[in-house]
Design a protein around this ligand. Structure first.
Ligand code: NDP
Ligand code: 2IT
Length: 444
């Protein structure tokens, strides 16, 4: 396999899908050498079978807004690969959603889920519907309409969706309600459910906490921890909020958070009380981060990202390609020692190159943010045995999963000079398990 040739073919075959090509390129470039040590992989054309999703379901979602206007959105489910377990991955509701973005996410999810050690395949779905500015009733009607199409394609042993951008506890609840009504079954077909109806403790916290656990493992390799470290966080949604919470618990200072309109910089640090305000602002009132700056009298920068501020650690937790080459150079010039990705593919390839050439600690999302889907996997286990575990039990398991992923990254990603290439480590480790499972199951 020559990765450049495969990428060129995929580009030709799937034009206008830059995010998908970006995600595939990152993986192929790092696994090429290992792949080519296994001629049986090439004989089975494993690479094409692994890059192209098993199935893409696309449907029209028709719903009625509060003014009585009938609205139409696109709905999707991309079932990428189920070699190691049922398809598993979130749903994203955001105006930018298209096939390229969901294909990149489903592809990444396959390797991420492989890394968790739990039996989950990879998938992703969603819609170009944006919950922002919509009433509760509109969101509910949209979720119900979306599920009237999706339900035939999912199930507890087939495909188990969850949240992602724009899909949190509220949306999962509405989606689950409609799924249950259509199937007349109460099963664990979605994760991220409310605690009263099968959800797992620590699932809301899991992605953010998991990213900080991973970061701690990386810092440990340098004899460091979070105490007194200045941390730049982007986003102010689910992942960003619980990332900030765990950073505070471990003695770090959170200087920034953001949303799609801009970022706040609080030189005093966003403490517990201020974080509670952000959680209420975002989760209850669904307001803008600008309001934080108005309330606490700190700096707000419109239409900008926080990467040009001075900090020790950067934890991107908003969206893809939110750190470009210039941002990465600014972070490195300002002395950042670690970047750990809560978001999926937040750094562009050029930005990653800057981090790695500077030899700073850099963890790609598929390793660092795997805590979310890991606890989703634990939610599936709890649903199957019809029991729920204590938060201590779930948190302990999450912690050891993140340690295990870190260990595997070090095992497969340590370069001759001792630098750990976490991208290479995560990709090889994730790939090998999926590859072995596919080989064992024959040409299908
Ligand atoms: P939320 O919808 O809860 O929050 C998303 C945050 O990112 C919001 O602050 C949002 O701002 C901001 N944002 C979204 N899109 C953009 C954009 N195009 N430009 C700038 N800011 C943007 O989502 P999550 O916190 O769940 O997800 C954040 C990231 O983490 C995503 O990359 C997701 O794929 C990834 N992730 C999520 C997991 C989970 O369990 N939820 C698990 C693993 C990864 P605004 O409010 O203005 O839209
Ligand atoms: O990107 C991700 O890993 C998620 N959005 C979580 C997926 C899940 O199934 O919990």
């Amino acid at each position: 396999m020559k990765s450049q040739e495969v990428i060129a073919q995929l580009e030709q075959r799937f034009p206008g899908q830059p995010e998908y090509i970006q995600a595939v390129s990152q993986v192929l470039n790092t696994i090429e050498e290992v792949y080519n040590q296994h001629p049986e992989f090439e004989a089975a054309n494993l690479i094409e079978r692994l890059c192209i999703p098993d199935r893409i379901v696309k449907f029209r979602v028709t719903w009625t807004d509060d003014k009585g206007k009938v609205r139409v959105n696109n709905g999707y489910r991309i079932q990428h690969n189920n070699a190691i377990g049922p398809y598993k991955g979130g749903l994203r509701f955001h105006a930018s959603v298209n096939e390229s973005i969901l294909k990149f996410l489903a592809f990444e999810q396959t390797f991420k889920n492989s890394l968790t050690t739990l039996p989950m395949g990879g998938a992703k779905g969603g819609s170009d519907f944006s919950p922002r500015g919509k009433s509760n009733a509109e969101v509910m009607r949209f979720c119900q309409a979306f599920m009237t199409e999706l339900w035939r394609n999912i199930g507890p042993d087939t495909d188990v969706p969850a949240g992602d951008i724009g899909v949190g506890g509220r949306e999962v609840g509405y989606l689950f309600g409609m799924y249950k009504k259509l199937t007349r079954e109460h099963t664990g077909t979605l994760t991220g459910k409310g605690l009263e109806f099968g959800g797992s403790l620590v699932r809301p916290e899991a992605t953010g906490y998991g990213n900080v656990y991973f970061l701690m493992e990386m810092l440990k390799t340098k004899g460091q921890d979070l105490k007194g470290k200045r941390v730049l966080i982007s986003g102010s949604g689910n992942v960003a909020q619980y990332t900030a919470e765990k950073v505070l618990q471990l003695g770090g200072t959170v200087l920034t958070m953001s949303d799609s309109n801009g970022y706040i910089y609080d030189p005093e640090g966003i403490d517990r009380e201020k974080l509670d305000y952000i959680m209420e602002l975002k989760n209850l009132y669904r307001g803008r981060i600008r309001e934080y700056a108005e309330k606490y009298g700190c700096k707000y920068v419109e239409n900008a990202r926080p990467w040009h501020e001075v900090g020790d650690i950067a934890l991107p937790s908003a969206t893809q390609n939110e750190i470009d080459e210039e941002d990465a150079k600014a972070l490195v010039a300002n002395g950042v020692i670690a970047v750990s990705e809560g978001a999926n593919m937040p750094s562009t390839p050029a930005a990653i190159k800057v981090f790695q050439e500077a030899r700073i600690l850099y963890a790609p999302g598929k390793a660092a943010n795997a805590g979310g889907v890991s606890v989703s996997g634990l939610e599936m286990s709890q649903n199957s045995e019809r029991l729920s575990w204590s938060s201590q039990e779930v948190d302990n398991r999450l912690h050891s999963i993140m340690e295990n992923i870190h260990e595997n990254c070090v095992k497969y990603g340590t370069l001759p000079d001792g630098y750990v290439d976490y991208v290479k480590g995560a990709n090889i480790s994730g790939f090998m398990k999926v590859a072995r499972a596919m080989m064992a199951q024959g040409i299908i």
